[in-house]
Design a protein around this ligand. Structure first.
Ligand SMILES: [Zn+2]
Length: 116
């Protein structure tokens, strides 16, 4: 989805990449200006730290959702991929994400015996 010229802010002097959702409202401050893909939530099972009131030390398993976001700051060349929830955030270049994705697929296939 892309915006029409009438909806584009004056400061946006470059075309949006094909993956940008095109909504640049709320980006009045230069540090907020970025092309952003529609974010996705992925349900995951995580190991989280035990709450303080927990009598037995150790980890707890929690069901959560991780957000995957892709963005590029306006005027920048590097595209970033973020995987985040409320307590942690990993941001890597898109090239690094592709390398990680390939290695994850290899590891998963090795451990499960199934192509991922
Ligand atoms: Zn854009």
């Amino acid at each position: 989805m892309s915006t029409t010229d009438a909806e584009r802010p004056d400061w946006l002097n470059e075309p949006c990449p094909a993956w940008c959702h095109g909504d640049h409202s709320g980006q009045e401050f230069p540090e907020d200006r970025k092309h952003l893909r529609v974010q996705m939530l992925v349900p995951v099972i995580l190991q989280g730290p035990a709450p303080r009131w927990w009598n037995i030390p150790g980890d707890v398993v929690v069901a959560e959702e991780l957000l995957i976001a892709v963005y590029r700051r306006v005027g920048d060349r590097e595209t970033w991929l973020a995987i985040a929830n409320d307590s942690q955030n990993l941001e890597v270049s898109l090239e690094s994400a592709a390398r990680l994705s390939g290695k994850l697929a290899e590891v998963i296939e090795e451990v499960t015996g199934q192509p991922s």
